[in-house]
Design a protein around this ligand. Sequence first.
Ligand SMILES: [Zn+2]
Ligand SMILES: [Zn+2]
Length: 154
Amino acid sequence: MRRYCNKFAISMTHHAFRTLQELGYRLTPQRTLVWDVLRQSGTHMSAEDVCAQVQRQFPHVNISTVYRTLELLVELRLVKETRLGPTRRFFEVEEEVPHHHLVCDTCGGVTHLHDEDLGGLNAALASGQGFASREVTVFGRCRTCADTSGPKES
Ligand SMILES: [Zn+2]
Ligand SMILES: [Zn+2]
C-alpha cells in the first residue's frame, strides 16, 4: 500500500502549499491530493478524472469537493482552467509559459502550442483588431484521426 505521508512530504516542498498556507487556507488532505493528482498527471484532466484518482485514497471525497478545490486553485493561479468546447472543462497545473491548445473534435485529443507556433496570428490580431490575445484554442481534426478516416470507414 502506498503511504500517503511520503507523498505529502514531497508535495509540501512545492510553492503551491506555501501559497495556500500564506493565504490562510488549511492544507486538507483533499486539497493536497487534488493538487498532487493534477501535477503528477502532467496533462489536462477533467474534474471527473481528478475525482476518480482522489477517490482511490479518499473514497468519500465527492465531485463537488473536487470542483471547489480546483476552483480555489484556479483562483490562486496555481491551476489553469481551459474550456475546450462548450461542455468540456479541463484543469492543468499552471505553467510559466503561456500556451495554446489544438483540440480534436473526433478523438478529444489536446495538443499544446506555444506562441511561436502561431506564426503571425497574434501580431495580425493586434494590428488588425487591436486585440491582445492571451490564449488561442483551435478546434479541428488531429493528424491521427485525419489519417484513419479514409473512404473505407465512411
Ligand atoms: Zn483526433
Ligand atoms: Zn494546456
